[in-house]
Design a protein around this ligand. Structure first.
Ligand code: F6P
Ligand code: MN
Length: 306
């Protein structure tokens, strides 16, 4: 494989955006190293006097402080904070789920960090206005899935450099593989609506394999790698589902479209939602363009309350 570093891949972007990606790459490496320590594995290091924080809180503070102090980022909104945090200078606004899937820690299953980048927008913002979106996946290897205007690229923290020099990639634009082969749906089955149940029966008939691990980035990444459909749907007792529009659904919807897929809330495209608050949730259906279109057609034929 012909390798490039992430620094090479972002070198055609504005230098400030490429610096921002590099900073995020650095921080993701720190999160990955910190996870076992927060679980109590100190590796012989005396952590006396160091306040133990929940890893979600620790990650949030790490990302928020470093971003706001970088001179690059003016605003940060995070799933872990009620208000938008601001600095005095910087051209970017960043939305962040610092540690997605943290309930997976206990079982050492997949976790991730989701990031959306806007150029000088107030927050909350519309997904369509994203400049870039990415997630870091803390798995058997630390992976970065990065969507820029020209498409999605995959890279792994396998190099010896720091920041984005540590991440290496084949440099290829990644598209959702077709035909689709896997699917995952969140929420208690008992709370799925009849429309969602009917659609899932169809996926089973089409011999898609169920892959569900309980973290958005982990489950979504299976779809991105193998082709398929992922949803955290409307539920009978939660019509807006679970995912936050700003921190989860918009960035992954942006990545999906850049990878040739579709992103829907059943009624329409996630990226077109006019945000009303930073905590807003939306039902989220992502993946293979034909499957998402089929879901939307079924959803509309049944009417919203189906
Ligand atoms: O939003 C947090 C989260 O942990 C996601 O990463 C994951 O997809 C979802 O919740 C799992 O929820 P459930 O346990 O309801 O399927
Ligand atoms: Mn999350």
């Amino acid at each position: 494989m012909k390798e490039s570093t992430l620094a090479d891949l972002t070198s055609t972007e504005d230098s400030s955006l490429s610096k921002l990606v590099s900073l995020l790459a650095d921080l993701s490496t720190l999160v990955q190293q910190r996870i076992p320590k927060e679980l109590g594995y100190s590796g012989g290091v005396n952590v006396y006097g160091e306040k133990q924080l929940e890893i979600d809180v620790w990650s949030n503070e790490l990302f928020t402080k470093k971003l706001l102090r970088s001179g690059l980022v003016r605003r940060v909104a995070s799933e872990e904070m009620e208000d938008v945090a601001e600095s005095k200078s910087g051209e970017y606004s960043v939305v962040l789920d610092p540690l997605d899937g943290s309930s997976n820690l206990k079982s050492n299953n997949l976790l991730g960090t989701i990031v959306g980048v806007y150029h000088d927008k107030s927050l909350p913002a519309k997904g369509r206005d994203l400049l870039a979106a990415m997630y870091f996946l803390y798995g058997p290897f630390l992976q970065l899935v990065l969507a820029l205007k020209d498409g999605v690229r995959l890279s792994a923290a396998a190099g010896t450099g720091v920041g984005s020099r540590r991440f290496v990639s084949d440099g290829q634009i990644h598209k959702l593989p077709r035909p689709p082969t896997v699917y995952g749906i969140g929420g208690l089955r008992d709370k799925w609506t009849p429309t969602v149940r009917q659609f899932v029966e169809g996926l089973e008939k089409r011999k898609l394999s169920l892959r569900y691990g309980g973290s958005f980035v982990g489950d979504y990444n299976q779809v991105l790698a193998r082709g398929g459909f992922f949803a955290y749907p409307e539920l009978i007792d939660a019509p807006q589902g679970k995912y936050r529009l700003q921190f989860e659904s918009n960035p992954l919807a942006f990545i999906t479209e850049k990878a040739g897929g579709r992103a829907s809330m059943g009624t329409g495209n996630i990226l077109d939602v006019e945000p009303t608050s930073i905590v807003q949730r939306v039902p989220t259906y992502l993946g293979d363009p034909d499957l998402v279109q089929d879901f939307q057609t079924l959803y509309r034929s049944k009417g919203q309350a189906a």
